[in-house]
Design a protein around this ligand. Structure first.
Ligand SMILES: [Fe+2]
Ligand SMILES: [Fe+2]
Length: 371
């Protein structure tokens, strides 16, 4: 009965000639413990510095962003040269208007993942606020909670402006649910501050460099500045905690991190390319709304993959897994010799070079143009 009620909450959204089926609302219990901390001595210097940076850099989207900017939702919001799809021989054969419709809808699908992911981040940040056993970290996590609320607000407003919102991709929901349903705040921080936010920071950076919409560019710029602090928090707070914990607990966290990374890798590798997934109902609706037969599309994707076309990211783009997530996990000691074998078995190359990650954590996204 409960499942049926939840199922009924998923609704079909129709806006003009297109429609999508939204993810049903969901409810579950968290096994997390809540921690009071009466040691108000706010001593951990790097976390205190992040907290000050967070207070200084709060912003109000009503004041800061030009919401009256005209956005034509039928126009692609990203430049052709930045799109992997434009390199597919199949895609080049489509009519110009079909290409533009597909680009508009697939960009809306990506922006919708930003929006849904931000709601997940809002809940994980609140969860860290109540479960982390350190007073300074609680204050910092409260700033992150406000940041994430602002991010939900700006992406919801932008998706409303382009009048297109797509359902949450099943693998992203699975990843964030695994994080929210975990039993330790360390796992919530690994799942969110290292993995989901590494993924997001890479995607935001790529959006920042490829969008042709000035409003979306500004939104992304300010969101990235906030996200840079969130990724840094995963390192400066959790790094020492992991270093000092018993080995068995560290191994448990290392397994959790591997399983979370593997959700992303399996979704990306085995079901298509990135968000272009055969088993993602939202992506299939993107194709339906663009008048593209899914069989033709996925045959075209396979042809492009066989030709080696989809291997390289467009110039200047960041690879979230290689440049952000894996270096973040390696840096705090979560790629242990034992779990390294699991990555090898799953065919996930380990990368430990932290340079792109460190540049991102500095909080100045415009500097990354040169990366
Ligand atoms: Fe966020
Ligand atoms: Fe965040």
């Amino acid at each position: 009965m409960a499942a049926q009620t939840q199922q009924n909450r998923g609704n079909t959204v129709r806006k003009g000639p297109w429609q999508v089926t939204m993810t049903p609302d969901d409810l579950y219990r968290s096994p997390m413990e809540i921690a009071w901390s009466f040691a108000y001595a706010l001593g951990e210097q790097k976390v205190a510095e992040l907290y000050r940076r967070a207070k200084r850099n709060q912003w109000d989207s009503d004041e800061l962003l030009p919401w009256d900017t005209e956005v034509d939702p039928s126009n692609p919001l990203i430049a052709d040269r930045s799109s992997l799809y434009y390199q597919m021989p199949f895609f080049k054969k489509l009519s110009r208007s079909q290409q533009e419709t597909f680009t508009a809808h697939s960009t809306a699908q990506l922006l919708s993942q930003f929006l849904h992911g931000e709601q997940g981040a809002l809940m994980t940040a609140a969860c860290v606020t109540h479960s982390v056993p350190d007073a300074q970290a609680k204050l910092y996590a409260a700033t992150q909670t406000m940041d994430e609320a602002r991010h939900v607000e700006v992406y919801a407003r932008y998706c409303d402006k382009i009048a297109m919102v797509y359902p949450m991709s099943p693998w992203l929901k699975k990843l964030i649910d695994a994080t929210l349903q975990s039993d330790r705040y360390e796992k919530v921080m690994i799942g969110m501050n290292m993995i989901v936010e590494g993924l997001a920071l890479g995607a935001f950076s790529n959006m920042y460099h490829s969008t042709t919409c000035p409003l979306l560019k500004q939104i992304t710029f300010h969101v990235m500045r906030d996200e840079s602090r969130h990724v840094a928090f995963g390192n400066v707070y959790l790094g020492p905690v992991i270093r000092d914990m018993p080995e068995a607990e560290r191994e448990e966290l290392a397994d959790f991190a591997f399983n979370a990374v593997n959700i992303i890798v399996q979704a990306t590798l085995t079901e298509g390319a990135g968000l272009a997934s055969k088993i993602d109902p939202g992506f299939l609706e993107v194709l339906a709304n663009s008048g593209i037969d899914p069989r033709d599309f996925f045959d075209g994707l396979k042809e492009a993959a066989d030709l080696g076309i989809l291997q390289e990211l467009p110039p200047g783009q960041v690879h979230s897994l290689k440049d952000l997530m894996l270096p973040a996990l390696a840096r705090v000691g979560l790629i242990t010799p034992r779990v390294r074998a699991r990555y090898e078995e799953a065919g996930i190359p380990i990368s430990e070079d932290p340079r792109v990650l460190q540049a991102m954590e500095g909080g100045e996204p415009q500097l990354l143009a040169a990366e």
